[in-house]
Design a protein around this ligand. Structure first.
Ligand SMILES: [Zn+2]
Length: 410
């Protein structure tokens, strides 16, 4: 056979990716239907499917016996294609998970981390958990497809370098190099909110959605903007740093970790909620929060405030509602600018999502244009606090969907 030209190789890789993406979104699906949707002829589709089968990325599953004609064998994604390691570097925690190729969690661990400790200590803690994850994973499957790392801050995707994470006070950390050396896996590094947006598009509530925004809320607030079916990255890949929008009408004295004053996240992040509660407690309001803190021998956390809210504690509920209003101001601005179909809240703060959403929705209704607001659904991520951890998995899956040849034949 004559050697394929570069163009032919490119076209085939492009078609291979299109077929795999279709199987991912529409499985189970027959070869005949793949041919109809892609417009490729049946023999080309069969050859592409054979290629995906040889890489164990898809497998055959039963047949559609209903209707006229010969039953067709159906194809679906192969969960056993290989394992993926996901790492979420939170500001005050580290989460690691091992999943199958469909993102089903097989093993996981979350440990608190201290953002005030030095960088090496937190990285070594993460590497230790990743090593345990790999040992646990090897008992389930011998093939690892890759490792994804989601981090707050701006990321150089190509080099896998964290450029700047204001809330960690970290600059220029070569995560890609560090994790490749320690794991020998293919490593992908992505901003936490972008990663979570990709997860929503691949596995979550935005599977068939072309225009949506993901809002990550925790110590910081970050955004993943999905526009026209693609993640919008901006000129240098840093788009979506919505938490640092100087969004409030009245400049506040609160200094953001980025160095500025009046950033949206200083009003609506995790610390702001704790500060709201503390301010209420200082004026001696009746609340069960001091009792919970004493019982659990813990500082005030979002989990404790949520526990109080669940018990009907007025101060806890009102603090969340206030924070929801502050969040809603940012949401309204985003809705007015982007006219999204959905705006999805996830990340650590979403454990209190049920208490935040009413305030968010009320403020969105007040501050966004009615015609635009009516189309935008505000909802919680199905992955909740794990949104970026699943995001770390999703960036690896997304690479395979784009470049199936990155996974070897076996
Ligand atoms: Zn800021």
């Amino acid at each position: 056979m004559p050697k394929k030209t570069a163009d032919q190789v490119f076209v085939r890789e492009h078609n291979l990716s299109s077929v795999l993406r279709l199987i991912h979104t529409q499985s189970p699906i027959s070869r005949a239907k793949l041919a109809v949707i892609t417009g490729l002829n049946k023999s080309t589709v069969s050859s592409l499917v054979d290629e995906l089968l040889s890489r164990k990325l898809v497998h055959e599953t039963g047949s559609n016996s209903g209707g006229a004609g010969r039953p067709a064998t159906l194809l679906e994604m192969n969960p056993q294609a290989g394992l993926i390691i996901g790492v979420e570097l939170g500001v005050d925690f580290v989460s690691v998970a091992v999943t199958d190729f469909l993102g089903n969690i097989l093993w996981r661990r979350r440990e608190d981390a201290n953002p005030n400790e030095d960088q090496d200590k937190m990285i070594n803690q993460t590497l230790r958990i990743v090593k345990e994850a790999m040992t646990a994973g090897k008992q389930k499957n011998t093939r690892f497809i890759g490792l994804g790392l989601a981090t707050p801050g701006t990321v150089d995707l190509k080099e896998g370098v964290l450029i700047f994470a204001p809330n960690l006070h970290w600059r220029n950390v070569p995560f890609g190099k560090i994790f490749t050396e320690h794991t020998k896996l293919r490593v992908f590094v992505e901003n936490d909110a972008n990663a979570a947006a990709i997860a929503e598009h691949l596995f979550g509530t935005a599977r068939h959605c072309q225009d949506f925004l993901f809002v990550f809320a925790g110590v910081g607030i970050g955004g993943g903007l999905f526009l026209n079916g693609r993640l919008y990255r901006g000129k240098n890949g840093y788009a979506g740093e919505i938490g640092h929008s100087p969004i409030m009408a009245e400049p506040s004295q609160t200094v953001c970790h980025c160095g500025n004053r009046g950033c949206w996240e200083t009003y609506a992040n995790q610390y702001s909620i704790i500060q709201r509660v503390q301010a209420r407690l200082e004026v001696k309001r009746t609340s069960i929060i001091p009792k919970l803190i004493a019982e659990q021998n813990s500082p005030i956390t979002i989990a404790i405030i949520k526990q109080a809210a669940d018990a009907g504690d007025r101060e806890a509920i009102d603090s969340f509602t206030e924070a929801g209003h502050a969040m809603g101001q940012g949401f309204a601005g985003l809705i007015n600018i982007f006219n999204p179909e959905k705006i999805i809240l996830g990340g650590p703060l979403s454990i209190a999502g049920e208490y935040l959403l009413p305030g968010i929705k009320e403020t969105v209704a007040r501050h966004s244009l009615p015609e635009i607001d009516q189309q935008a659904e505000v909802l919680l991520s199905p992955f909740g606090a794990d949104a970026s951890l699943i995001g770390a998995i999703a960036i690896v899956v997304d690479d395979v969907l784009s470049k199936p040849i990155h996974v070897e034949r076996r």
